[in-house]
Design a protein around this ligand. Structure first.
Ligand code: NDP
Length: 447
């Protein structure tokens, strides 16, 4: 069968099988057509139905998470772990705590994670998990009781050589600490079972910063390749969580100016550049909303709605909040604002129509599975340090991160030139990520 026809049949099959999993279908639809040129060159993958197999998670676990709130009332949430692919290493991917979490979102994230992890060049498979629990407005004690209940079930399914979760939206150092404590009580002290741990108990220096820094390094290497740099560039950033904060920090270190950040209610426009010390204080210490930012920095402006509605000249956009935040209209606005590069700190923040606009307008596009791979890469470095019972310096980790991001950039660029068009980094990322996993699956008997 022709590769193109095979891909269309797989897409149709998946649409009929799980018509309600819109995010998962979107991730698959973005991915599959781009690998057709590679499949044409490798008919053995078509003959062995690799796409039918790779789009089906190896295992999905769903469980109830009962927990008691501060008023003594019993609450219940749904917990999940999607163990998508272990061809090149133990399942690896974050846990997301957000009310929107469902199987479709976790399958999209887990599917992308397979190829992202492959691109890092490190031995890690793909997985993702989480819960529809909403950490917002909860006390520390409630978060702790929820995490303990969640891990009571999850601990039966993970392990340093099996599945190593980390953080994602709503899961940072505090949550990883509580999850780790409960795992230890139930099983044994094994540092390698979770990454993103605080540095005082086997976390890696530089992990907190890694996703944001990595996304900026990806752009730095792209700019260098084009004979340019961050110096003097205006950067639009969305989000104000872990990824956004450290993307802003690295932009400023490299001579650019991040002029926006956002949360799910609104956004800040600070033309002098986001005050990072204030943002960290608000988000990492006080866990406050962005409305507080303008109270302490009245020269900045706060608006309700999406940061991508802002009409201000800028050079680079770094979406670092959540999936599908940039649609076609917002992508057109980015182009009208003069943006020349979009690199995704978040996972799938651009709809397919938005990506089409980037290509039409000649905007360089760094897809999440390449641009935000720095987080999981440093998680894999944390696993190495845990196995060695050593801890590397922050400088060493950061240097390795920069090298990994350079390697990812070059891999995407070179693979795009070989199989697609020049500078189509999305096609490059998809094909390069897929090639390694598919080869391993075939060698292992497609199990
Ligand atoms: P955080 O929970 O630390 O921050 C998330 C930020 O995004 C917050 O500012 C949040 O605002 C905003 N946000 C969340 N949901 C929405 C929404 N529906 N609409 C608008 N804004 C929203 O998460 P991270 O920074 O860790 O993750 C951000 C993105 O980066 C995600 O797509 C994640 O999958 C991706 N990512 C994260 C990695 C990591 O290492 N942490 C690694 C690779 C990718 P509010 O506070 O109002 O909810």
């Amino acid at each position: 069968m022709e590769a193109k026809q095979y891909v269309a049949e797989i897409q149709k099959y998946l649409e009929e099988k799980d018509p309600n999993q819109s995010e998962f279908l979107q991730a698959v639809e973005e991915f599959l057509p781009t690998i057709v040129p590679f499949l044409e060159e490798h008919p053995e993958y078509v003959e062995n139905n690799i796409l039918g197999i790779i789009t089906e998670p190896e295992r999905m676990i769903q469980f109830r998470v009962p927990w008691q709130d501060d008023a003594g009332k019993w609450q219940v949430n749904r917990g999940y772990r999607v163990q998508f692919n272990s061809a090149i290493g133990p399942y690896k991917g974050g846990l997301r705590f957000h009310p929107s979490v469902n199987l479709s979102i976790l399958k999209f994230l887990g599917f992308e994670q397979i190829f992202k992890n492959s691109l890092t060049g490190l031995p890690i498979g793909g997985g993702k998990g989480g819960s529809d629990f909403d950490p917002k407005g909860k006390s520390d004690a409630e978060i702790m009781r929820f995490c303990q209940s969640f891990m009571t079930e999850l601990s039966k399914h993970i392990g340093p050589n099996l599945d190593v979760p980390a953080g994602d939206i709503g899961v940072g150092g505090r949550e990883i600490g509580y999850l780790f404590g409960q795992y230890k009580r139930l099983r044994e002290y094994d540092a390698g079972v979770l990454t993103g741990k605080p540095v005082n108990f086997n976390g890696s220096l530089g992990r907190t910063e890694a996703t944001g820094y990595g996304a900026v390094y990806f752009v730095k290497h792209l700019l260098q390749d084009k004979g340019d740099s961050f110096e003097g560039k205006k950067v639009l950033v969305s989000g104000s969580g872990n990824v956004a904060i450290y993307a802003i920090e690295k932009v400023h270190q490299l001579g650019g100016t991040a002029i926006t950040c956002s949360d799910s209610n609104g956004y800040i426009y600070d033309k002098a550049g986001i005050d990072l010390a204030l943002l960290k204080e608000l988000k990492e210490v006080r866990r406050a909303r962005l409305t507080e930012y303008v109270k302490e920095r009245p020269e900045a402006e706060y608006y309700e709605g999406s940061v991508w509605d802002l009409e201000k000249a800028a050079d680079i956009a770094l979406p670092c909040a959540t999936q599908n935040e940039i649609d076609e209209v917002k992508a057109q606005r980015l182009a009208a604002n003069g943006v020349k590069i979009v690199a995704e700190g978040a996972n799938m923040p651009s709809t397919m129509a938005a990506v089409k606009v980037y290509h039409e307008k000649g905007i360089y596009y760094g897809p999440g599975k390449a641009a935000n791979a720095g987080g999981v890469a440093v998680s894999a470095l944390e696993m190495s340090q845990n196995s060695q019972r050593l801890s590397w310096t922050k400088e060493e980790v950061d240097q390795r991160l920069d090298e990994i991001m350079l390697n990812i950039y070059e891999t995407c660029r070179d693979t795009a030139e070989k199989y697609a068009e020049k500078d189509n980094f999305a096609a490059g990322a998809n094909i390069a990520g897929f090639e390694k996993v598919a080869k391993a699956m075939l060698a292992q008997g497609l199990v």
